[in-house]
Design a protein around this ligand. Sequence first.
Ligand SMILES: Cc1cc2nc3c(=O)[nH]c(=O)nc-3n(C[C@H](O)[C@H](O)[C@H](O)COP(=O)(O)OP(=O)(O)OC[C@H]3O[C@@H](n4cnc5c(N)ncnc54)[C@H](O)[C@@H]3O)c2cc1C
Length: 464
Amino acid sequence: MSGSLPYSPVTAEVLASLRDAVGEKAVVLDPEKLKEFGKDAGSTVCAPEVLVEAVNEDQVQAVLRLANRYRVPVTPRGLGTGLAGGAVPVRGGFVLSLAGMNRIIEIDPENLLAVTEPGVVTADLKKAAKAKGLFYPPDPASLDTCSIGGNCATNAGGPSCIKYGVTRDYVLGLDAVLANGEKVRTGVQTRKGVVGYDLARLLVGSEGTLGIITRIYLKLIANPPAVTTMVVLFADLSAAMQAVSSVLAAGFCPCAMEFLDRHCLNLVGDLLPFEGVKESGAFLLVEVDGAPQVIDREMEGIGAICLEAGAINALLAPDSQKRSQMWEVRRQVSLRIEHASEIYIPEDVVVPIARIAEFVDSLPDLEERHGFRIYSFGHAGDGNIHLNISAQGRERMDRIEKGIEEVLGKVLLMSGTISGEHGIGVVKKRFLPMELSGEVIRIQKEIKRVFDPNMILNPDKLFL
Ligand SMILES: Cc1cc2nc3c(=O)[nH]c(=O)nc-3n(C[C@H](O)[C@H](O)[C@H](O)COP(=O)(O)OP(=O)(O)OC[C@H]3O[C@@H](n4cnc5c(N)ncnc54)[C@H](O)[C@@H]3O)c2cc1C
């Protein structure tokens, strides 16, 4: 989208103005550090010319005013755990790190509200809320290492989405600095609000292309008093997915329904404290939370439905240590897949819940025809399937890319979407026109122009 725009390199004049504006300490030129800030958790790599480590909103405003004046690209960055290359400065210029803006400003139990800076680690925010008897539900698997600002910019989700929803469902309002350096307050700090267009919800999921989020107003809820976890083993994935549909259709509302397929179990089955895991074809981790008497009854009902659907075994976590072990399996899986693969491409598609079984049944045929292996795991309860495409031999990339296109095409034919959590960034922008019509893309590009006429904010992301 920004192909023909004239961007300026960071000249000595720009650098001197930057140091004047934000102070010497915030400006980093050390090549090793620049290299580190030239990648996220995905495969795109491109070092910035300068790293700016902001610790307050005034510095963010100063960086953007300067960048806008000189036409220097600015790539906002939280903690760099994104998987779509969103925080990678593909046009060079400044990387603006928000990691140093990491104060939780307030947890307000009376109004069930959290006010926080963007660099706060998600797990720290969850802990701070819990310490006051409150709950911030979004739980991306990366929660110990990602930032709440990054979560807002990507509209992060996690296992608990099935019951509690995604980050956007908890953002009441946002303060942001626009490309011209102007500060705006969007949304509300109340439970409701319908005054004008909802710019806070537009900024959520905008992947740093519309503004830099500098303060976040989050809705909290009461902390559920108890939780119980069960692992269910099936002979095959199709049976597991049928069970998921039946559980949901019966009116149960678990706070997690995570699955692993046979390939994944081969890699991480050894981490589970049970017999027979490696030999089974699919694993379902089910969790329910709420009042103790209620969740015990719910789990019994869910277990019965799974057994009826052909489960080989259903095992409750007897204590918190075993529960952690059960979750560790789910958390370790992507790391082990990446380790085992020369080529590793994580896709995170979503299909309608009732069509998950049909979709996963189509995967072996795709594997065979395109010569890659698909490790699938993810959030069975909301249809968000992480397809981790693994292959050996870089010379086969063209064939693999064609295969991925076919997988995404199939998802769209099923009324699904090509990304449930990770976003588009740089790695998926070529697939965007598969899902969005030309008219919708045109409107989105116009919105981008309104917010950022000089296209300095996170250029070359989302759109071709
Ligand atoms: C092991 C692993 C597991 C993961 N599991 C999940 C999961 O379960 N669910 C999920 O949704 N994601 C998951 N992710 C992806 C990633 O953690 C999320 O996208 C997360 O929200 C990124 O946060 P971050 O602070 O690392 O952001 P970054 O990677 O630094 O940035 C992500 C995007 O947000 C923009 N951005 C960051 N901060 C700001 C800001 N303050 N203002 C404006 N734009 C900003 C960046 O420009 C970039 O486009 C996982 C990643 C890994 C490596």
